[in-house]
Design a protein around this ligand. Structure first.
Ligand code: AMP
Length: 116
């Protein structure tokens, strides 16, 4: 079964795509946590960071290049932003198709809430 992100990449499911090339697709998060919240997703289905292989090195690096460009295009390159990749249950990953969150447009505060 293709992931929801694969269906977005294939344009079978509507989404607000801001960038796409042969390696990655970037689209607006449906439930934004900040004024800018974009997901950058490899077109190839890689389930989690725990599943990456040396073969994926180029696409993973490309995700950073795309993130930098989108951040600049959206005017947050100077002030800064956060890139987040969640992995599996403890990491809070909901969609098992590896993706990078690009979040910004406001001060983001601490990286993690304090553990109790
Ligand atoms: P994660 O918890 O890291 O797996 O993040 C999954 C993200 O995907 C969440 O921020 C969701 O809001 C987002 N999301 C889920 N379905 C869609 C969708 N159809 N279009 C855009 N974003 C989505």
């Amino acid at each position: 079964m293709p992931t929801i992100f694969s269906r977005i990449i294939a344009r079978e499911v509507r989404s607000d795509i801001v960038f796409q090339d042969e390696r990655v697709t970037a689209f607006k998060d449906i439930n934004p946590q900040a004024p800018v919240h974009i997901l950058i997703v490899p077109n190839k289905e890689i389930a989690t960071v725990d599943d990456v292989t040396p073969e994926d090195e180029a696409v993973l690096g490309h995700m950073f290049i795309v993130a930098r460009q989108i951040a600049r295009d959206l005017g947050i390159g100077n002030k800064g932003y956060r890139l987040i990749v969640n992995c599996k249950d403890d990491g809070g990953q909901e969609i098992y198709h590896l993706h990078m969150h690009l979040v910004g447009g406001r001060r983001l505060g601490r990286m993690l809430p304090r553990a109790d």
